[in-house]
Design a protein around this ligand. Structure first.
Ligand SMILES: NC(=O)c1ccc[n+]([C@@H]2O[C@H](COP(=O)([O-])OP(=O)(O)OC[C@H]3O[C@@H](n4cnc5c(N)ncnc54)[C@H](OP(=O)(O)O)[C@@H]3O)[C@@H](O)[C@H]2O)c1
Length: 274
C-alpha cells in the first residue's frame, strides 16, 4: 500500500497517511464494526468517519478490538456544523470520547463555517493539534477562497482538503492551488457513488486493463497523487477496491479519463459557499 507524508503538521514524528482508506458515510452503526473489522482483514489501515455519520463509537470499538497497536492505523473524523465557532473545542473532545482512542490522526472541519466563525473554528483545531488531541488538522469542502483566508489570517494551512473529485469532476483550479501549497487532496465519492460505473470510456479502459470500472476510477485518483476513500459495506467490494496497487494506467488511458470532466457533483458542494 502507498502512503503520503502530510505537510503543515507540528508532530515530531512525520504524519503518514495511507493513500487508500475506507469511507464510512452511510455505514449504519449496527454494521460498522463488522465493516471496519472486515476492512482490517482485507488490509485497510485508514478509516474515514465523521461526527455526523454517527458511527464514530463503532469505528473505535472495532479498531480497539483488532489488537493492532495504535500507530498501525490511521483515523480521520470531522467536526460537523453544530460544532463550529465557540463549540469546536467541545466537539473535538466529544469525537475523541466517541472514538475511545487517545488521539485522532486527522481531524477535519467538515465544511466551511460562516465567515464570522471560520477563524475561531480553525484556531480551536490548531489548539487540538498543539495539545496532541489530533496529529494533524485539515478541512473538507473548502474552496480556494476559504483556504486563502486561513493562509493569510492564521498562517497555518490545513494538511488536507477533503473534496469530491473523480474523472467526472476534476476541479483543476482548486486542486492546483492545493498542490502549490502542499495541501494534500483526499478524494471523496471517488466511485461517483456508482453513477458512472457504466460509462463507456471507463468500461473500455477497465476491459483493456482487465480491472473493474471501480478499480480504474481509484487508480486514476492514486496516479493523480490523491488519497482515495471509497465506501463499501460489502467485503467482496472492499477487497476489489483495495486491489489497485498491482496495475498502472497508461498515459493514454489517463488522458482519456482526463477528458471525461463534466462537473459532476454527486452530493453537495460547499466549496462555493461564501
Ligand atoms: N467530506 C464530505 O463532505 C464527504 C461527502 C461524501 C463522502 N465523504 C467520504 O467519502 C466516502 C466515499 O464516498 P461515498 O460513500 O459518497 O461514495 P463512493 O465511495 O464514491 O461510492 C459508494 C457507493 O458505491 C458502491 N460501491 C462500492 N464499491 C463498489 C464497487 N467496487 N463496485 C460497484 N459499486 C461499489 C457502494 O455500495 P456498497 O456499500 O453496497 O458496496 C456505494 O453505493 C464516504 O463514505 C465518506 O467517508 C465525505
Amino acid at each position: 500500500m502507498e502512503s503520503h507524508t502530510l505537510h503543515h503538521t507540528h508532530a515530531s514524528v512525520p504524519v503518514v497517511i495511507p493513500s487508500i482508506g475506507v469511507g464510512l458515510y452511510q455505514c449504519p452503526p449496527g454494521e460498522t464494526e463488522r465493516i471496519v473489522t472486515e476492512a482490517l482483514e482485507v488490509g485497510y489501515r485508514h478509516f474515514d468517519t465523521a461526527a455526523v455519520y454517527r458511527n464514530e463509537a463503532a469505528v473505535g470499538r472495532a479498531l480497539r478490538a483488532s489488537g493492532l497497536k495504535r500507530s498501525a492505523y490511521f483515523v480521520t473524523s470531522k467536526i460537523w456544523r453544530d460544532g463550529f465557532g465557540p463549540h469546536t473545542a467541545d466537539h473535538i473532545q466529544r469525537t475523541i470520547e466517541q472514538l475511545g482512542l487517545d488521539y485522532a490522526d486527522l481531524l477535519l472541519v467538515h465544511a466551511p463555517p460562516q465567515p464570522h466563525e471560520r477563524l475561531s473554528t480553525w484556531e480551536a483545531m490548531m489548539e487540538a493539534q498543539t495539545s496532541g488531541t489530533t496529529r494533524s488538522i485539515g478541512v473538507s469542502n473548502y474552496g480556494k477562497h476559504h483556504i486563502e483566508q486561513l493562509r493569510t489570517q492564521c498562517g497555518v494551512l490545513p494538511s488536507v482538503n477533503q473534496i469530491e473529485v473523480s474523472p467526472y469532476l476534476q476541479r483543476h483550479e482548486l486542486t492546483s492551488y492545493c498542490a502549490q501549497h502542499d495541501v494534500r487532496i483526499v478524494a471523496y465519492s471517488p466511485l461517483t457513488r456508482g453513477k458512472k460505473l457504466d460509462d463507456p470510456t471507463l468500461v473500455a479502459i477497465a476491459t483493456a486493463t482487465e480491472k473493474t470500472p471501480a478499480q480504474v476510477l481509484l487508480r486514476w485518483g492514486l496516479q493523480k497523487g490523491y488519497i482515495v476513500i471509497p465506501k463499501s459495506v460489502n467485503k467482496h467490494r472492499l477487497q476489489e477496491n483495495f486491489s489497485v496497487f498491482d496495475f498502472h494506467l497508461s498515459q493514454q488511458h489517463m488522458q482519456q479519463l482526463d477528458a471525461c470532466d463534466e462537473g459532476l457533483i454527486t452530493g453537495w458542494d460547499p466549496t462555493v459557499w461564501e
